[in-house]
Design a protein around this ligand. Sequence first.
Ligand code: SAM
Ligand code: SF4
Length: 442
Amino acid sequence: MCAMGRLVYIKTFGCQMNEHDSERMLALLEGCGYRETKHVEEADVMLVNTCTVREKPEKKAYSMVGRFQRLKEDNPHAIIGITGCVAQQEGERLLGGIPALDFVLGPGKIHKLPQILQDAERGKRGTCTVGFENGCPTNLPLPHRAQLRAYVTIMQGCDNFCSYCIVPMVRGRERSRPSAAILAEIETLVRQGTKEVTLLGQNVNSYAKHTPHELTFPQLLAKIDEIPGLERIRFTTSHPKDLTEETIKAFEYVGHLCEHLHLPFQAGSNAVLEKMNRGHTREAYLAQIQKLREVCPQIGITADVMVGFPGEGDEDFDQTLDLIRRVEFDGLFSFKYSPRPGTRVARWKGECTPEVKQRRLEILQELQRGITLKKNKELEGSVKEILVEGRSRNSPHTMRGRTRCNRIINFPGGSELVGALITVQITEGLQNSLRGERCGER
Ligand code: SAM
Ligand code: SF4
């Protein structure tokens, strides 16, 4: 198929998995002659890659489709597609409800995109392609452009069925990619210029749990560590119940593994954790944090947390605040519980009112803001290695880099430094970032 010069626009909502799926879709389409545009008005193909984890991103995706429809009135040959988790969840219903929609494509069938578009270009519209293949695709398309920092999928789906979460329904059961394919992909990326990889999966700690002959997750990390030219390794997301001692120890001996762990805890009350079907307690979580800090004192720890889960009382919420005070996270992603049709909790009574959720979220975020600022200030005067990623968003004479602990540092410098590993001294700790001065090469 050759779509030489046809323009494709992709709007992505949701997590890194979705961002990576969009990169893969783009790579597939560029392989067929399409080019990406950032201006939806000029696009021949308009795609929205959707998220359904909470109601808000789902609503935003629908309003984006509304915009596509209005643009299509002026360009009737344009093709509109909905991909991602809403596509998997709603399937054919979307086609029934949105007359201008040309196709629906679930996250498990991304590889079919070129064929679907070819069919649509030839007039076969209104297709719905959802569901999951048995295994995890071995070879995934790589972006055509060199990427300094790249995502690498190591597993897909989730078996955990947290009672509030739609992911196992829209991403399917856990499937791990063969380690040989993962290693080969990283070697290719490094040859193309990648210096940092982030291993992706809904629950990377349970990598290869269905394939006992495979490398374990920490063994995979050790193998990746040997790839010449790769400077940094990260992974996300981790689940406390599957975070083994071996993986914790990897922070000690896997040299390129960055000292950062994103370890969602969701709630600080054991009663709520049980209703969430999380499979861990607050005590087990706190013990893991202690162990991590013993093994790797400089580790940066971030997490996801939710407020307003059905039945969460003031005392439960206090337990969440208490856990945050004890751990002193480097950063937190905090969400108001959002009922998701199809999950177990969606049918439960006792949901907190919107006012209670809002108030709890504000209290929690205020607490975390204070902790983040305090921790950023404590870094003043220290020297850190950073990978320079690009220009700072706020000033043309300032560059932006990231520490191994995943903190953003802005420092005076020029764009010739992009891709370099340098050391900077931190001069000021701010709420959302750090300021620094360059002191030399690594
Ligand atoms: N697999 C990862 C894990 O277990 O941590 C994260 C997957 S989920 C896409 C990302 C975050 O969204 C979760 O950690 C949780 O805090 C939040 N989330 C999931 N379902 C939610 C819901 N129904 N309402 C609000 N937040 C939700
Ligand atoms: Fe959702 Fe829980 Fe699976 Fe994370 S571990 S994706 S929160 S079901």
